[in-house]
Design a protein around this ligand. Sequence first.
Ligand SMILES: *Cc1c(COP(=O)(O)O)cnc(C)c1O
Length: 422
Amino acid sequence: MRYVSTKGSGPVDARTAVLQGLPSDNGLFVPEAIPKLPDGQIKEILQSNLSDIAYQVTHPYLSGEISDTELRKICAEAFNFPLELVNLEENLSVLELFHGPTLAFKDFGARFMARVMGFFVRNEEEDLHILVATSGDTGGAVGNGFHGVEGIRVTIVFPENKISKRQQAQITSLGGNVQAVAVQGTFDDCQKLVKEAFLDAQLKELRLSSANSINISRLIPQSIYYFAANAMLSGEDPLYVVPSGNLGNISAGVMALKMGLPIHQFIAALNANDTFERYLQSDHYEARPSVPTLANAMDVGNPSNIQRLMYWLSSDISNYISATHYNDEEILRGLKNSLQKYEYNMCPHTAIGYLAAMESKVHLDKPHVILSTAHPSKFSEELPEIPYTFELPQRLHEQISKVQHYERVGNHYQDFKDYLLS
Ligand SMILES: *Cc1c(COP(=O)(O)O)cnc(C)c1O
């Protein structure tokens, strides 16, 4: 498969698209054509287990550049955790995507991307050095994804005392090829330092690279859980309700649909950052600065993957996707309601999906599947008013009790640079 930019440049091979991350014309990489699978193959995929589904779905995107044996190995290693579909009531279920090492769906994208990048640099003498700034969640998933991958070193840059204790534990307890550095400043300071390092000619020999959230190799593997969910459901085509921020998750759903997976429709469930909903209503795109909400992993005012959705669906977009948003008060109501009604614990992002599904279900008699993007324990410390009843997952327990290693630097570029060169 070759890849082109949404703004027209290309084509390039998969290796270039993955290692370069972004095309130089400011667009985003997309496959030259999304592969439409024959009905027979879709039927076969829907009978398979997760690692096999992963192989069949990702194969057309990478064949020719990664051997079948190697791709099978990558899939088996990346998706070594379960996926669960929990039924709440008729026509309403939750697809739990948070059973990976960092308890969030981002593990699907990060673990696959890390292994694909590792494969593409396997014959190079010098390690590739991934530099990533995080406001909390991404650092954990990327660090975990690359942990133990040969040929790649990772430095995670986080703002000291500005991320939760649990998030910090996930980032600083890895060790090995994953280092953490705490900046005395804000997330914006971290991003600035990282950007400056990428532009610094004196750091060329460090072979710095980014593991950007819009890398196409993070999107491709996210299609697989839509196939896996269809496989677990029976009957009518489902409607997927996707808690959305940067719109990566829902873009992967659209890829699954274009590959031929039977899907009735998508609902993008948003928090107060409703840029995408306003776009669907007015056909006019207007980004806004993000506002903080309880579902903070979705606080995105200018969602980058909208470019891909426009490219794939253009003026038909509202036939496939609708959008709706909820404020913090409604999120709290949704969290309490799901506990009362089903004794089901959810994270604030999932609660937005729950609210959207309940509203849609009233007038649409179809199976609604809510994608649950994170385990509630990642956010429960900040939500003391919710009477959660879950037990702390074992792996979070382990991560919290491990020794933490990190360096501290000031927010001056020279300090950061000295750290990188040391
Ligand atoms: C990243 C994230 C989202 C948003 O996903 P997008 O692909 O950016 O739309 C939703 N929930 C959680 C918990 C996340 O970490």
